[in-house]
Ligand binder design. Structure first.
Ligand SMILES: Cc1ncc(COP(=O)(O)O)c(C=O)c1O
Length: 410
């Protein structure tokens, strides 16, 4: 009998915790405190720890330039700010993403234009991006949601044909590869979140801006630090910006974590493959279609419920799996086009800016129904996996899926 109907659960024990922070991170931070206590100097920012952390990050990315900032939202804000787009430009944004992956666009007085998802995917596609490109488009933000790479070649080709820069939001996708190339190296500039829920963390909150373009990254550094000149021959601050800097404590944690990233990702990829293999015989539930190939790093896994095969809704299927002791989540419904800040234009109080900006020349009332994105969120439930899942977790997941499927198969 299914656990949801009072039967025994497939799994009684909680799933293992991630154990992201350990003695090495603790020691790295303690060393900075020991030194501060010994010398009387304060712990600061933009110092040796940050330099070494950024070097480690760049090495992981196979070359380029990086700046540690204080969140993934800030990283995207800074990456876009580095492009110096004219106020009232349009920026294409992803259909499904964290609010921090879209709000920076509006806060920079750019109008977000939501590209729908590729069918069956949480990510957008070149075709869907082209549908929202207008003469006012000045940048495209693509997000590799769940760690699955966007199908980038057609997107890169499209962007090139229009001469529009791509900003990659890699908040969920550290180390993911598209046709062998690391995401974050494909567009003009990239933003990473390094908060403690992500593959790679620099502490409880953090973010990194990355680019292969030295000039652009220097501009990002300026914008992330109140417009300090950095390399320009002037002593004044050269543009208005916030203080979004990282700090030495975060960098010290990041230095430890970056050394583990490759191994962490490999393990997650192995686990995802094992889960896929273990449920490959099922017809009522299967992994979501990975539109950009199988180089993903699985921040979470998506599963599609085939309601032609099982006589139960996706939500009820997920509830039944959850009752078996498997920590799935019914839905990942984070659509910017459905958020009230977006639909009610709550960005700058007392105005409908950026949409209402006098310099905005686009279609102010354009709607973004995002039918594919809505359908994808309605058809998939999700499972957050991590590198400490073992064979027991994998077999319990598969067993629970099988048990629920066989209870409802047509
Ligand atoms: C795709 C995406 N973009 C941006 C962000 C914002 O990052 P942060 O929470 O570090 O500000 C997140 C966070 O989950 C995200 O998943």
């Amino acid at each position: 009998m299914l656990a949801i109907h009072g039967g025994a659960k497939v799994r009684d024990e909680p799933f293992p915790k991630r154990q992201l922070f350990g003695m090495r991170e603790k020691n790295a931070v303690m060393e900075l405190f020991d030194e501060a206590i010994l010398t009387g100097d304060s712990i600061g920012y933009n110092g040796e720890q940050e330099r070494e952390y950024e070097e480690g990050f760049v090495k992981f990315m196979g070359g380029g330039y990086a700046d540690l900032v204080n969140s993934g939202t800030s990283a995207l804000y800074v990456a876009l700010g580095a492009l110096n787009l004219p106020v009232g430009s349009e920026v294409v944004v992803p259909p499904i993403t964290d609010p921090g992956g879209v709000m920076p666009v509006a806060l920079l007085c750019q109008v977000p234009m939501v590209a729908d998802a590729d069918e069956g995917s949480f990510n957008t596609s070149a075709e869907k991006i082209e549908e929202v490109i207008t003469p006012h488009t000045r940048a495209i933000v693509v997000a590799h949601i769940a760690g699955e790479p966007v199908d980038m070649d057609p997107v890169l080709e499209l962007a090139k044909s229009y001469g529009i820069p791509i900003v990659e939001d890699c908040a969920q996708a550290h180390g993911a590869r598209y046709k062998g190339k690391l995401v974050g190296t494909l567009g003009k500039i990239a933003a990473f979140s390094t908060m403690s829920g992500k593959h790679h963390a620099t502490g409880p909150q953090g973010g990194v801006v990355f680019s292969r373009d030295a000039k652009l990254l220097t501009e990002a550094k300026r914008f992330a630090d109140r417009g300090k000149p950095f390399g320009l021959e002037t002593s004044t601050n050269v543009r208005a910006g916030l203080n979004l800097n990282g700090n030495e404590l975060s960098a010290a944690i990041g230095r430890v974590q970056i050394c583990r990233l490759r191994e962490m990702i490999e393990r997650r990829r192995e686990i995802a493959q094992e889960i896929k293999g273990a449920i490959s015989g099922l017809r009522g539930v299967h992994p979501g279609r990975e539109a950009g190939g199988e180089g993903g790093v699985y921040w979470f896994m998506r599963f599609k419920v085939n309601t032609d095969v099982v006589n139960i809704s996706k939500d009820d299927f997920a509830e039944a799996v959850k009752a078996e002791g498997i920590p799935v989540t019914n839905s990942y419904r984070h659509l910017p086009s459905e958020s009230s800040w977006f639909t009610e234009r709550c960005v700058f109080p007392g105005s409908d800016y950026p949409w209402g900006l006098p310099s905005y020349k686009g279609a102010i009332d354009r709607k973004f129904p995002c039918e594919n994105a809505v359908k994808a969120t309605e058809e998939h439930f999700i499972l957050s996996i991590h590198e400490h899942f073992g064979s027991r977790e994998i077999s319990d997941i598969a067993e629970a899926f099988k048990k629920v499927e066989s209870a409802y198969i047509n």
